[in-house]
Design a protein around this ligand. Structure first.
Ligand code: UT7
Length: 433
């Protein structure tokens, strides 16, 4: 989508031109960007509205399983896993309290903290996940409650490993349409719970974790400038969890045959991924009016280093130093892989204001997605103070107390008979109506 410089002035976050404002009502740290990004166009009140990633965070479980650990579980070798995938170790949710939502809450809090935006400011939470807590309710709603994001809508997005990039595209759409000022996009996974630990073709590949970004409305040009979304459902059977949905409801038989575990035709997915990663990157760059040479950093879905080499490096001829890879530490964390990689790229100083980034992913569905991003905000974190930290902890505790209180009220309320709950007035009113 091309932006029109002469369009009518658009609303800005809290009416502040050129910046968004933080949850405390003061101008955010991102306001100081002209100094840090001299080449960026100066924003004014006639600038078009843009969707900027202004906060980022991730969280992975503590427990690490190395390739050598896997040698004790299935017939595999560290050498095979490293040379065929690039993976060396992965984090696994060992504690029952570590779920997709709890990892997602930790990542989302970190994203809000890095932007210095209060949870109450968030308008929408999109949780992309391939391992949701339940069929319903959505993992996003549980994250919303855990954050105390009391003004946010929430929904899960099912596009498998492409889900996070799909979510960014949705966030951009909501913001550009003027429907939201702040959208949290979370990728959260506990794939270890749906992996067959006796299947060496899949169990060596996946890992658990969560990553999140806060996307904000701004009138600084740039941010998420283009997206490409794709799907080919004829390949639905190539990567699937066959049982547990409405097509094959859970039963003793589905459980005993392992129908609730991930099944994959790895070679077919590999071929598909190698093709679409290159194509989607080309397409999104075309939409953003950029060439391959303009790209400063590609953050691809972290599934297999050979897919990245065969697509981004060989087909697009993007040099290795412009491609971020961290799958050796985490394995394939599905929807979480790109936001975790983004956070680590920032930590390692690989992203600077003014950079052109591409996020590109593929996954079950089959699906693929890419986003072009003109990074337009400083990458420093706000200064951590005792007071800020105390305020935050108080907010989280208040959110937990509010949630418990609501549950308790519902429980008490449900003890009363129907008539006494609504009172005679309502009943009569209904009858009258
Ligand atoms: O987010 C999307 C998720 N999915 C993916 O990204 C998967 C994409 N596909 C892949 O990454 C690769 O296809 C795999 C890593 C899954 C497999 O690599 P490959 O080079 O395609 O291996 P292969 O399936 O062709 O298997 C080659 C050999 C086979 O043995 P034989 O038949 O040649 O004797 C396999 O049985 O390697 C064997 N093998 C293993 N050996 C040791 C398969 N898995 C393992 C293993 N350890 N874990």
């Amino acid at each position: 989508m091309s932006e029109q410089p002469d369009q009518q002035p658009t609303s800005t976050v809290n009416g502040t031109s050129g910046v968004y404002r933080n949850g405390n009502g003061s101008n955010s740290r991102h306001q100081s960007q002209p100094e840090q990004q001299p080449s960026a166009p100066q924003a004014n009140k006639f600038s078009p509205r843009s969707a900027q990633i202004v906060g980022w965070g991730y969280h992975v479980p503590e427990k690490v399983i190395t390739n050598f650990d896997l040698e004790q579980i299935v017939d595999t070798q560290d050498e095979w896993i490293r040379t065929r995938t690039g993976i060396e170790e992965r984090h696994v949710a060992a504690a029952p309290s570590e779920t997709s939502a709890s990892l997602g809450i930790r990542a989302a809090r970190a994203a809000l903290e890095s932007a210095d935006v209060a949870p109450s400011k968030v308008d929408l939470i999109i949780c992309a996940t391939s391992s949701p807590e339940h069929i319903f309710p959505s993992t996003a709603s549980i994250i919303q409650d855990g954050l105390g994001a009391s003004n946010a809508g929430a929904f899960d997005l099912s596009a498998a490993c492409s889900g996070f990039v799909y979510g960014l595209s949705m966030a951009r759409g909501h913001i550009l349409a003027g429907d939201a000022e702040y959208v949290l996009v979370v990728g959260a996974e506990t794939l270890s719970r749906i992996v067959d630990w006796t299947d060496r073709g899949t169990c060596v590949l996946f890992g658990d974790g969560a990553g999140a970004v806060l996307v904000a409305a701004s009138d600084v040009p740039g941010g998420i400038t283009a997206s490409v979304l794709g799907s080919d459902g004829s390949g639905a059977d190539l990567l699937t969890v066959p049982a547990g949905g409405s097509a094959m409801p859970a039963s003793l038989e589905t459980v005993s045959s392992g129908g609730h575990y991930i099944k994959m035709d790895g070679t077919a997915v590999f071929r598909f991924a190698t093709r679409v990663m290159a194509e989607a990157t080309r397409q999104v760059l075309g939409k953003a009016g950029l060439s391959v040479d303009d790209v400063d950093l590609v953050i691809p879905h972290q599934a297999n280093v050979r897919i990245i080499q065969n697509s981004v490096l060989k087909q697009l001829k993007i040099p290795e130093e412009k491609v971020f890879v961290n799958l050796q530490k985490y394995g394939n964390t599905s929807t979480a892989s790109i936001p975790i990689a983004l956070c680590e790229a920032i930590e390692e100083g690989r992203i600077h204001p003014g950079d052109n980034l591409v996020f590109v992913g593929f996954g079950a569905g089959l699906t693929w997605a890419a986003c072009a991003i003109k990074w337009s905000v400083p990458v420093s974190k706000p200064e951590e103070t005792w007071w800020r930290n105390t305020q935050r902890q108080a907010t989280y505790q208040a959110a937990a107390a509010r949630s418990m209180w609501k549950r308790a009220i519902r429980r008490v309320y449900s003890q009363f008979p129907e008539e006494s709950r609504w009172g005679g007035g309502r009943k009569e009113g209904n009858e009258a109506g």
